[in-house]
Design a protein around this ligand. Structure first.
Ligand code: SAM
Length: 489
């Protein structure tokens, strides 16, 4: 499908005949493929054939590293045998020379990496890299969760990411990706931005990855081309203005706002910032300067106090992307306000259950537990009060880590617990499967009982956990969730 005529005419006039033609030509080429590794599941496993000493702690403070059962050394990632260089602006990002069938790679299902377009990975840098640890972050337009998982890794166990998605179906996909990523420091909400704006001055950082007209997706997505129109650009711009107002309310004085789109037009990019500056004025302050290597091909600019970053696919190795960062001035005013609780969601767990739950995690002193309905959840203490306040006022569909349900005093572990980076591997027997058996497990087919101990087992491939299964005699009861099972042949 050809590019929309009016779009092509606009970029030729805005960028000039040479650059405009280069952009249009780039939109007819194959996009690069890239992944971002999960540092808590891949520490030392990134370089194919790398020698690991297995002595370091997993990044982010989840305790000792998640490695193969019995060893603490994570296996190398076969997906990186196909690596074609690193994403220069993201420590965990890698390009791949060809697109593998991710569905048939157990590491993909273990949450060892996220398939994420390279330009988008830049937002981690805008957040402030390692300075994000322990911060409370709002990701207002979050599904399917590419940026949420990046923020969650940066925030670590003392931080919290509130990942919101207005569309309920997409919010479920977001929750699945959050479970799989396994950091245990994310709350997934599904509501309108206004309801999060009511948590006034609550967040250290707010990210708006706005719904947009998607011009940057034109080479990946024929539908983006088909649905594009000038009218839709205007509609998107108006919607972005509304979302930015709510984002600003939720941001603390001194906090950081990141605005991004995957589109090229001014109306939705610089224009959105200009319109915001018109009502927020002096409340918007500059964020500190950030090093951007000229060789990366990013076009840096400014709109008032905002620093802006544009990715054109004919200059930078990634998809079309626009990002901007600014801070809320310290003297912007506004006090932290928590909306009233509407319901009680969390029930206490009894002493014996709490003791059993503590056994399943590596840093029990940093966690607390509560029951929501029949299921027990674990939360990092540092943000437990915040999760409670959110859960009592908003539709939270997932938060912390689902630990499981108790039957006759013993824990039937939730599938999410297998993915949890803070899982204590000593709490349960582990069955290490080869890749063929792992795929049978992920399809919910029968697996051979040989590798399993009697009772509940953590199912691993290359040392990375995929879920649980229970051996009863010669039979293995596959506990992998039906909703996640591989269907593709
Ligand atoms: N941040 C995501 C990621 O990195 O995986 C991608 C987000 S996507 C660009 C924008 C999201 O905004 C979509 O999931 C869309 O459903 C959601 N959205 C649509 N309308 C919205 C609205 N009025 N307010 C907030 N979010 C909206």
């Amino acid at each position: 499908m050809t590019l929309p005529e009016k779009f092509a005419a606009r970029v030729l006039s805005e960028l000039g005949p040479e650059e405009g033609a280069a952009l249009c030509a780039a939109l007819d080429t194959e996009p690069p493929v890239s992944v971002r590794l999960n540092p808590a599941k891949c520490a030392g496993a990134a370089e194919p054939g790398a020698v690991q000493d297995g002595t370091g702690a997993a990044p982010g403070g989840y305790g000792s590293p998640q490695g193969s059962s019995g060893t603490d050394v994570p296996a190398p990632l076969p997906v990186l045998q196909n690596a074609d260089g690193r994403v220069p602006w993201c420590a965990d990002g890698y390009y791949l020379a060809v697109r593998p069938q991710f569905t048939f790679d157990s590491d993909f299902h273990a949450g060892a990496y996220y398939v994420q377009e390279a330009s988008s990975q830049f937002v981690g840098r805008l957040m402030g890299g390692e300075g994000v640890a322990g911060k409370r972050i709002l990701d207002l337009c979050a599904a399917p969760g590419g940026k949420t998982t990046l923020y969650a890794s940066l925030a670590g166990p003392d931080g919290l990411v509130v990942a919101n998605e207005i569309d309920r179906r997409r919010a479920q996909v977001l929750a699945d990706n959050v479970r799989k990523w396994g950091t245990g420091n994310v709350a997934v909400t599904t509501c309108e931005p206004r309801q999060l704006g009511d948590f006034e001055a609550w967040f250290d950082m707010v990210a708006v990855d706005a719904p947009c007209s998607g011009e940057g997706m034109f080479r990946k997505d024929a539908q983006a081309r088909a649905e594009w129109s000038e009218g839709n650009v205007k509609l998107c711009a108006a919607r972005q203005d509304g979302i930015l107002r709510e984002a600003w309310r939720a941001l603390k004085p001194g906090g950081r706002l990141i605005y991004s789109t995957c589109t090229f037009n001014r109306d939705e990019d610089e224009g959105a910032l200009e319109r915001m500056l018109a009502w927020a004025g002096d409340e918007v302050a500059e964020a500190e300067d950030m090093a951007v290597d000229g060789a990366w091909g990013i076009v840096c600019g400014r709109v008032g106090a905002f620093r802006t970053y544009r990715f054109y696919p004919y200059r930078a190795r990634g998809e079309g992307f626009f990002a901007a960062v600014a801070c809320k001035a310290y003297d912007a005013g506004g006090r932290c306000r928590t909306p009233k609780a509407r319901r009680t969601v969390f029930a206490q767990v009894d002493k014996a259950s709490a003791a059993e739950l503590r056994r399943w995690v590596r840093t029990p002193e940093r966690m607390c537990f509560a029951a929501v309905g029949d299921t027990c959840y674990g939360y990092y203490v540092a943000q437990a009060e915040a999760v409670k306040a959110l859960g009592e006022a908003l539709p939270v569909i997932y938060a912390g880590v689902a630990m499981g349900q108790f039957f006759k005093g013993s824990l039937r572990p939730d599938p999410a617990l297998a993915f949890f980076c803070g899982l204590n591997r000593e709490a349960v027997s582990a069955a290490e499967l080869d890749e063929a058996q792992a795929l049978c497990y992920l399809r919910r087919q029968e697996v051979a009982a040989g590798a399993f101990a009697e009772g509940v087992n953590l199912v691993c491939a290359r040392g990375r956990a995929l879920g649980f299964a229970k051996r009863i005699g010669n039979r293995v009861n596959n506990m992998y969730p039906n909703t996640l099972r591989i269907i593709k042949r």
